[in-house]
Design a protein around this ligand. Structure first.
Ligand code: ZN
Length: 416
């Protein structure tokens, strides 16, 4: 039988689950609520959460960890990241901060560097970024291809991503590569045909950058329909740089998520609110491009489900920090601290159609973050501060612990 660990004296346990420890509803439409228990405890058994509730009612366990008043949250779920690439674009960032506007074509610089890199170089970069994610509390992440843009390069990018996550997204339709500049339709044929066939075995998702300068609605529909026919589920880069058809297409195709959602019409907002498509907001991109932030308040007030993610990529959002995105969402997008934390955990889980992560209740995967702070509010209140004290993924502490005590277990409510 799996050994059990009691974590007690938790100042605030964010559960995102109904009081009494029930499992949240997973209807994938509408934002279920943030929920938390003060003066709480949690029991892990093997890879799963076995019990949550007031510390005074905690059951015995094989091992014991004193949280000493710290807050415990579900591990962050980063549902949008581009982590397989070579090179960096700090010079482009510096130029943009000095006044130059972002256009989608900057992706091509990373494509050239990625094609020139060895598998070992790409793997090393991916592992470095995945390590950053984990140290900052992210226990589930999605990873897209999109910087290879040949059959061979896209295939090795999704295969590398699949070494580290189950949430791999085929993004052959990231931008039309230079060699297809005179034949964009030919590139759509490649992406929705041989390239898709080669990549599909490693992927759960397919994504298209549906934007002026990238792919229009018809090309995006062609790619995503072909992907659906091969068992991949759609998600869409939509309405980032201006109004456009991306959100409507995402809803039409039943996509799990429409990502960015910076420029939305009332019809776009209504379509998201009445669908199972999550609006994934990526404030790191607006921070790094000085575009206006998406109007989270408008989406939430309309009843849409909102997720927060990093969009980690070397061009427009080179951050792996979900706490940073939470701080931006609270400070600049008028989300409450509760909404931002929900969107960075349960919201991300919904954007990936996952029912095992994003909340802490019996049966959930034991993915959690212990903060060096008494409440989740500190994630926004203390921006830029490394508040992650410990991370558990599938019940295992990363890095290994020194402050768990084995053997005897304190009785209910007693702590060392
Ligand atoms: Zn992106």
């Amino acid at each position: 039988m799996a050994r059990s660990l009691l974590i007690s004296r938790i100042g605030e346990l964010v559960t995102n689950a109904p009081a009494g420890g029930g499992v949240p509803a997973f209807d994938f439409a509408g934002s279920a609520g943030f929920a938390a228990i003060p003066d709480a405890a949690l029991v892990i058994e093997g890879e799963r959460v076995a019990w949550t509730g007031p510390a005074s009612q905690a059951p015995p366990a094989d091992e014991f960890l004193d949280a000493a008043g710290r807050a415990v949250l579900p591990g962050f779920v980063d549902s949008h990241a581009h982590l397989v690439f070579a090179g960096e674009r700090s010079a482009e960032f510096a130029a943009r901060m000095a006044g130059r506007a972002y256009r989608a074509g900057g992706i091509r610089a990373t494509v050239a560097a990625t094609r020139a890199a060895t598998d070992a170089e790409l793997r090393a970069g991916l592992h470095r970024l995945a390590g950053e994610l984990l140290r900052q509390g992210t226990t589930t992440f999605e990873c897209k291809s999109g910087y290879g843009l040949t059959v061979a390069d896209e295939t090795r990018c999704v295969a590398l991503a699949a070494e580290l996550t189950d949430e791999v997204t085929y993004l052959g339709a990231h931008v039309v590569p230079a060699e297809f500049a005179a034949d964009p339709d030919g590139y759509v044929d490649l992406v929705s045909g041989p390239m898709l066939d080669a990549c599909a075995p490693w992927c759960r998702w397919a994504d298209v950058f549906c934007e002026d300068g990238a792919f229009g609605a018809d090309a995006a529909r062609t790619v995503l329909t072909a992907a659906l026919a091969r068992g991949l589920f759609p998600r869409v880069h939509a309405n980032q740089l201006g109004p456009g058809p991306g959100v409507r297409l995402a809803v039409e195709l039943g996509a799990a998520s429409a990502d960015h959602c910076t420029f939305l019409t009332d019809a776009d907002v209504a379509a998201l609110a009445s669908s199972g498509t999550v609006a994934t907001l990526l404030p790191g991109a607006e921070f790094s491009t000085r575009q206006p932030y998406p109007d989270a308040r408008r989406l939430l007030d309309a009843g849409a489900t909102v997720a927060l993610a990093t969009d980690c990529n070397p061009g427009t959002s080179y951050t792996t920090s979900m706490p940073f995105c939470i701080a931006l969402a609270v400070r600049d997008m008028r989300m409450t601290t509760e909404e931002a934390v929900w969107s960075a955990t349960a919201g991300g889980a919904r954007a990936l159609r996952r029912t095992d992560v994003g909340y802490l209740a019996p049966g959930a995967r034991a993915d959690l973050v212990i903060l060096d702070a008494p409440s989740h509010v500190h994630l926004a209140y203390r921006p830029g501060v490394p508040l992650v004290h410990a991370v558990y993924q599938s019940g295992r502490r990363l890095p290994p612990t020194s402050d768990i005590t084995g053997g005897g277990v304190p009785g209910p409510g007693r702590c060392e």
